[in-house]
Every structure is written in structure tokens, then in C-alpha cells.
Design a protein around this ligand. Structure first.
Ligand code: URA
Ligand code: SF4
Length: 244
């Protein structure tokens, strides 16, 4: 999809989310929060759900957790506008309680469609609930800062998922904040890996070449799915890595 088509698809999803009544969270929201950012991006950040400020403004990560997310992005030379930022549930759970399983399930098609529209190379999850969508059963303390093929259908068949703590958790605990800094420093390397995997799994299609191409894609998918991917050299990539 070209950028204008992606933008149209995102806008259509945004309009549906604005009027959505698929789960009980619509009853208590002020505004739903579909997500925002670049329609041309290769990277999607997925948080948990809107909080107080997001619910008021209809925009993701605009409160204190959002301030920390912007600061973390700044450490790798990126801005919010370079990426797309959204959430697992698009309406605020009352009193910031955890989203419930049926609410996450009701809202999941919107996230999948956003990811399909953007077809990102890299999905960065923020917190347990977002991690659980792409890596069910994993423990955040073990997988933060690691990269793997999502083991659910994310909507982007060639995307890799990278796991981070939620910025709100980092605000509560300096050791989690330090880990978040280190994990964010690994994002550019994760994007390079994800790009490599995409170019390996979608070789140019040449006449008469289809079976070989399929075999390559399968081999890559299998090796990628087998275990989390080693990230080498996390430092000094920032300068080399422009998002577009
Ligand atoms: N926390 C989230 O998970 N998402 C937001 O948009 C804001 C805070
Ligand atoms: Fe609809 Fe998602 Fe909001 Fe529930 S949280 S009402 S499914 S947009």
C-alpha cells in the first residue's frame, strides 16, 4: 500500500473506533483513542490502553507515561511522529484498571487492521498486555529487550516483535526505567534485524522461480520462529539508522 492508502485505511479504522460500542469500555470513555503517528513508518508501538489524559484528549501516550516514552524515543534520535503509537484497547478502563480478556478480544480486530494497513517491520510492545498479544505466555521480566517472530497472526506476516516494559512501570521503579533505557537502545538493532528478515522472506518473484522463493521464505520463518533472535551491537546504530 502506498502512504495515502495506508492513511485512508487508518482514518477509516479511527472513525469506527470513535463510534465503537463493541465492549463495555465505551460506556465510561470520554473519547476513544485510536492511535496516531506516521502512515509511512516501519515501527508500531503498542501500549495497553488510554489513561486519564488520553481519554480526555483522544490521543495516545500524552500523560506522564507518554512523556517518558517521548524521552526514551529521543535517546535513539526518534520522535513520536516517526512511528505509529497505539494501544491494545482503544478506550480507557475505568480508574485505569487492567483491561479484561473480553475487552481485549473485542478490540483486537482494530489493532490487527492497523498493523495490516501499516505493514510494519517491527512491532514494539509496551507492557504485559501488549506483549501477551504477540507472545502469549511469556514473562515480561524474561523477554524484555528481546526480539522474535510474533506467535500469533499479528496482521503483518513479516513483522518481528520486540518487547519492552510499560513506561508507567518505569515511572514507578528506577530499575525498570534503567532497563527501559537499555531496551530502547536495542530498538534500532531490532529494526535492522526485522528489515533483514523481510528482505530474506520476500525475495523478488521471478518467472519460474516461485518454488525456490517459497522454500526460502519457509526456512527463514522456521528459523525465526524457533527462538528469540540474538541482537548484536546495540550501540552506535542510531546514527546509521534513519526510519525512512
Ligand atoms: N498508557 C498506555 O498504555 N497507553 C496510553 O496511551 C497511555 C498510557
Ligand atoms: Fe470498541 Fe475497543 Fe472501545 Fe471496546 S475498547 S468500545 S472494542 S474501541
Amino acid at each position: 500500500m502506498i502512504e495515502a492508502e495506508r492513511q485512508r485505511a487508518l482514518d477509516a479504522i479511527g472513525s469506527e473506533v470513535a463510534a465503537c460500542t463493541r465492549c463495555r469500555l465505551h460506556e465510561t470513555r470520554t473519547r476513544s483513542v485510536p492511535g496516531e503517528g506516521s502512515a509511512a513508518t516501519e515501527v508500531v508501538f503498542v501500549g495497553e490502553g488510554p489513561g486519564f489524559n488520553e481519554d480526555r484528549q483522544g490521543r495516545p501516550f500524552v500523560g506522564r507515561a507518554g512523556g517518558l516514552l517521548s524521552k526514551l524515543l529521543d535517546t535513539i534520535g526518534w520522535t513520536r511522529e516517526d512511528v505509529f503509537i497505539t494501544n491494545v484497547v482503544k478506550c480507557r478502563p475505568p480508574d485505569n484498571r487492567d483491561p479484561e480478556a473480553d475487552e481485549i478480544a473485542a478490540c483486537a480486530p482494530y489493532l490487527t487492521r492497523q498493523i495490516q494497513a501499516l505493514d510494519p517491520a517491527l512491532i514494539v510492545t509496551l507492557g504485559r498486555f501488549s506483549m501477551a498479544r504477540f507472545n502469549p505466555g511469556a514473562r515480561i521480566g524474561q523477554v524484555h529487550g528481546t526480539l522474535r517472530a510474533p506467535n500469533v497472526d499479528s496482521g503483518a506476516p513479516n513483522a518481528l516483535a520486540y518487547f519492552m516494559y510499560h513506561p508507567a512501570a518505569a515511572l514507578r521503579d528506577p530499575s525498570v526505567e534503567a532497563a527501559s533505557m537499555r531496551d530502547m537502545a536495542g530498538v534500532p538493532a531490532a529494526l535492522l534485524e526485522a528489515r533483514k528478515m523481510r528482505s530474506a522472506s520476500s525475495p523478488p518473484v521471478l518467472a519460474g522461480d516461485a518454488p525456490a522463493a517459497d522454500a526460502t521464505a519457509e526456512a527463514v520463518n522456521e528459523s525465526v520462529a524457533a527462538q528469540s533472535i540474538e541482537l548484536t551491537s546495540q550501540t552506535d546504530l542510531t546514527d546509521q539508522l534513519t526510519l525512512f
